[in-house]
Design a protein around this ligand. Structure first.
Ligand code: GDP
Ligand code: GDP
Length: 438
C-alpha cells in the first residue's frame, strides 16, 4: 500500500498548481470513456524511488460555499485521519492569514507529520522576510517553495520521502482474496461486512503506521479465505465527516489500491448519485475487477419479474464504462444473496488473471478485422499484423500495426468487445494497446 500525501490549505494558496507541478503530465489519459468522472484529484507519483499517492484536497473543495471556514477545517480533519504526510500550503506572498492559524491549530492537535510549505516564494533572497512569520505556526518542518516556478520542490520531496521512511511501517498482508467494500456513506458497507462475517468476525490485523484505525476482517466461506477491507464500520466517524465527499474518496482510494476485487455498494433505496459515480470511477481507473451491488433490496417496493432486468439496463446506461461488471441485488440486512458476492468475486478474479493463448487470440483478432477493418485515415491503411497478451491482472493485449497513432479509440473499443464476446472477461477491465511494428 502506497503512503498518501495530502495537500491542504485555504483556497488560492497554490495547492492545485503545486499538485500539477508535482505529478507533471507523465500520466497520459488513455481513453475517454463516457461517464467516467475524470477529476484529477489524486495521482501516483514517485521521488527518489519511493512511490506515494498525492491527493489534491483543493480539487474536492465545494465550488460555492458560504461556510469557508467550516469546510477548510473539515478538510484538514480529513487529511489528518487519512493521510500519512500532510503538505500544509500557505501563501508566502500574502502573508499569514487567520485561516492559516485555524488550520494549523487543528493540524498540530494530532500527531500526523506536517510539512509547512510557504508557497509563492519565487525569489527567496527578496522574500526571506515573508517566510519568518510562518515559523510562528509551530511546525518543525517548514520549507519555502514556489509551486509555479518549481523552486525548492526537490528539497520538499526529499523531506516527504524521509518522513515516509520514518513513519510508515510495512504492512504485512494476510492470506486470502482481498475484497474492498466501497460505496458512499450509508450504502450498507458495514452491514455487509457484519453479515458476511457473522459471529465470527475476527480482527486479523491492525494496519501499521498511521492508518491503524482501519482493520481487515478475515472470513472463510466454502473453504476459501477472504479479507474484507472496509474502514467504514470500525471507528464511526463524526456525522459531518461521514457526509464529506472527499472523505469517502480518500477512503476509497486507499481501500481500492490494496484490493483484488472491488465490491461497490449502491443504496438501492436511493439510487445512483454523483458521489457514487466518482467512487466507481476510482475503481475503474485503478483497473480493478468490480462487482456492482444494489443493496437494501428488501426496501424496493412492488418487485416484479423484470425489476432486476430493468434496473440492470438502467445502471449500465448510466455507467457505460462499467458494462463489464456483474450486478447483484442483495440485502445486507436479511442476508439475501450476500454470499453470492463471494462467488462473483472468485469468478471475476479468475477472469482478471486469465491468459489467452497467442494462437487463439490471433484467430479472434483476425476474424474481428475481417468483419470490420480499421478505418482508413488520411489516405493511409492501418494494417494489424499480430496480437499478443502481455500481462494479466488486468489482462492487457498489444496489437502490432503499421500506424498505431491512426487507430481511433472507438476501434480499440470494438476490439475489446470482440475479445469479451469470445473470452468473457466478465467483471474485469481489459486493456487493448496498439503498438508500432511493420
Ligand atoms: P488553490 O486554490 O490552493 O488550489 O490555488 P491555485 O493553485 O489555484 O493557485 C492560486 C493562484 O496562485 C493562481 O493564480 C496561481 O497562479 C498562483 N500561484 C500558485 N503558485 C504560485 C507560486 O509559486 N508563485 C506565485 N507567484 N503564484 C502562484
Ligand atoms: P455504511 O455507512 O456504508 O457502512 O452503511 P451501514 O452498514 O452503516 O448502513 C447504513 C444504514 O442502512 C443502517 O441503518 C443499516 O441498518 C441500513 N441498511 C444496511 N443494509 C441494509 C439493507 O439491506 N436493508 C435495509 N432495509 N437497511 C439496510
Amino acid at each position: 500500500m502506497k503512503p498518501i500525501v495530502a495537500i491542504v490549505g485555504r483556497p488560492n494558496v497554490g495547492k492545485s498548481t503545486l499538485f500539477n507541478k508535482l505529478v507533471g503530465d507523465r500520466v497520459a489519459i488513455v481513453d475517454d470513456q463516457p461517464g467516467v468522472t475524470r477529476d484529477r484529484l489524486y495521482r501516483e507519483t514517485e521521488w527518489a524511488g519511493k512511490e506515494f499517492v498525492l491527493v489534491d484536497t483543493g480539487g474536492l473543495e465545494p465550488r460555492n460555499n458560504d461556510f469557508m471556514m467550516t469546510k477548510i477545517k473539515q478538510q484538514a480533519e480529513v487529511a489528518m485521519n487519512e493521510a500519512d504526510v500532510i503538505l500544509f500550503v500557505v501563501d508566502g506572498k500574502n502573508g499569514l492569514n487567520p485561516l492559516d492559524e485555524e488550520v494549523a491549530y487543528l493540524l498540530r492537535k494530532k500527531k500526523k507529520p506536517v510539512i509547512l510549505c510557504v508557497n509563492k516564494i519565487d525569489n527567496f533572497q527578496a522574500q526571506q522576510d515573508d517566510v519568518y512569520d510562518f515559523w510562528g505556526l509551530g511546525f518543525e518542518h517548514l520549507i519555502p517553495i514556489s509551486g509555479e516556478h518549481k523552486v525548492n520542490l526537490g528539497d520538499m520531496l526529499d523531506l516527504v520521502v524521509d518522513i515516509i521512511d520514518q513513519t510508515v511501517e510495512e504492512y504485512e498482508e494476510e492470506e486470502g482474496l482481498k475484497l474492498a467494500i466501497i460505496g458512499r456513506p450509508n450504502a450498507g458497507k458495514s452491514s455487509l461486512v457484519n453479515r458476511l462475517s457473522g459471529e465470527e468476525r475476527t480482527i486479523v490485523s491492525n494496519i501499521a503506521g498511521t492508518t491503524r484505525d482501519a482493520i481487515d476482517t478475515a472470513i472463510e466461506f466454502d473453504g476459501n479465505r477472504y479479507i474484507l477491507i472496509d474502514t467504514a464500520g470500525i471507528r464511526r466517524k463524526s456525522k459531518v465527516e461521514e457526509s464529506l465527499e472527499y472523505y469517502s474518496v480518500l477512503r476509497a482510494i486507499k481501500t481500492i489500491k490494496r484490493a483484488d476485487v472491488c465490491i461497490w455498494m449502491i443504496d438501492g433505496s436511493e439510487g445512483l448519485t454523483e458521489q457514487d459515480k466518482r467512487i466507481a470511477g476510482i475503481a475503474y481507473e485503478e483497473k480493478k475487477p468490480i462487482i456492482i451491488v444494489i443493496n437494501k433490496w428488501d426496501t424496493i417496493p412492488d418487485k416484479k419479474n423484470d425489476t432486476m432486468k430493468k434496473m440492470r439496463e438502467e445502471l449500465y446506461a448510466e455507467l457505460p464504462f462499467l458494462s463489464y461488471a456483474p450486478i447483484e441485488f442483495v440485502s445486507a440486512l436479511t442476508g439475501q444473496r450476500t454470499t453470492k458476492l463471494l462467488e462473483h468475486a472468485e469468478a471475476v478474479f479468475a477472469e482478471y488473471n486469465k491468459r489467452i493463448s497467442t494462437g487463439l487470440l490471433n484467430t479472434v483478432i483476425s476474424d474481428a478485422i475481417i468483419m470490420n477493418n480499421p478505418p482508413t485515415r488520411k489516405g493511409r491503411v492501418v494494417k494489424i499484423n499480430y496480437a499478443t497478451q502481455i500481462s494479466t491482472a488486468p489482462p492487457r493485449f498489444v496489437l502490432f500495426c503499421n500506424y498505431p497513432e491512426l487507430v481511433h479509440f472507438s476501434y480499440g473499443r470494438y476490439i475489446e468487445n470482440k475479445l469479451r464476446e469470445s473470452f468473457g472477461f466478465e467483471g474485469t477491465p481489459i486493456d487493448v494497446i496498439f503498438e508500432h511494428k511493420n
